[in-house]
Design a protein around this ligand. Structure first.
Ligand SMILES: [Zn+2]
Length: 335
């Protein structure tokens, strides 16, 4: 794409890398996403990393800064949540999202960004900054878990069970170990990158049976990162007393499942359990995620990026390979 025309007050950013996730695949297959009004196509990409080429003098940014763009923009009304800067909790659904809903994304050699929606990263983080957007989703999830947990003054969670050892599950595990919890991760892969990454994170890997893992761990917190109905069914009401089940995975619709709702309700009521869903992130969550990435072991973060695809072969980034964790597209840096 050509360099975008100068835009009043905006940062001009040269792309370094772009993370690819299931949302991008959904958009490419036509199941999700909207182009900007009046445009025939949408520039993809919401997991950004770039370097500032030029910045307005009063923006707080300068040339050479590493930045990541916040994905969502508040709705124009705005609703009470968006008005309070909590656009991740938008109530009317009229928000826009770069690379997803009504706004072009960050998957171009150059993009512009409003300083208000840019996050400056420590230089030392380098290309690992591309993990910030997915990490922001987990920073929000963890913050919500903490806030829900405050309903009991005595609740001191010790164990967390995470379903799914993809990028979201592994970043959830990383933040869990940073918080001093005993972290367990369930995934169906028996070998390969995922079990060894979980091990390197200082967490325990389970692959045989979810029911067994729940019984052995008795988790105070469950974080569901797969969106797979059979996994979700196994987790509903399965936390320890006063526990919290956090759902982060998006499922397809139309698959019916037999669930004993009486039993589910009984375990929820009689043990004060909470089940909640969470999506997206606001500025505060990106900042928390940046802190978490800075605290993490760089070599370990680097191992989460399992495949790097050069821009000219971008379409390969959409392929699903068995040992993929995070796949990124790398942009040429000499043009
Ligand atoms: Zn809103």
């Amino acid at each position: 794409m050509p360099k975008p025309p100068p835009s009043q007050g905006a940062l001009l950013v040269r792309a370094i890398a772009l993370g690819v996730c299931a949302t991008d695949r959904e958009i490419v297959s036509g199941e999700y996403g909207t182009a900007p009004p009046g445009e025939a196509r949408l520039i993809l990409g919401h997991e950004s990393l770039g370097e500032i080429e030029s910045a307005p003098s009063d923006s707080g940014f300068s040339q050479g800064d590493l930045v990541v763009g916040i994905v969502r923009r508040p709705d124009p009304v705005p609703c009470a949540a968006c008005a309070a800067g909590e656009w991740d909790m938008c109530q009317n659904g009229r928000y826009l999202e770069r690379g997803i809903k009504g706004l072009n994304g960050f998957g171009a050699e150059w993009f512009t960004l409003e300083p208000k929606f840019a996050i400056k990263l420590e230089r030392a983080l380098g290309h690992l900054g591309v993990l910030l957007e997915p990490a922001s989703i987990l920073a929000k999830a963890w913050e919500q878990i903490e806030r829900i947990g405050e309903r009991s003054h005595a609740w001191r969670p010790q164990t967390v069970l995470i379903a799914g050892a993809g990028p979201i599950g592994l970043l959830a595990a990383m933040m869990g170990t940073q918080a001093g919890l005993q972290v367990h991760v369930f995934d169906h892969h028996q070998s390969g990158a995922k079990p060894s990454l979980v091990d390197a994170l200082g967490a325990t890997y389970h692959h045989r049976s979810l029911a067994e893992a729940i019984r052995d761990v008795a988790p105070d917190i469950i974080i569901e990162c797969t969106g797979v109905p059979s996994v979700i069914a196994g987790m509903l009401g399965a936390a320890a007393p006063d526990g919290i089940v956090c759902l982060t995975g998006v499922s397809g619709c139309g698959r019916m499942f037999d669930v004993d709702l009486g039993r589910f309700n009984r375990s929820l009521v009689l043990s004060n359990q909470v089940i909640f869903g969470t999506v997206n992130a606001n500025r505060h969550h990106y900042e928390r995620a940046a802190e978490a990435l800075c605290r993490a072991d760089r070599k370990l973060l680097d191992r989460l990026i399992t495949r790097r695809v050069p821009l000219e072969r971008w379409s390969e980034s959409l392929e699903h390979r068995p040992d993929d964790v995070k796949v990124i597209i790398e942009f040429p840096q000499n043009s």
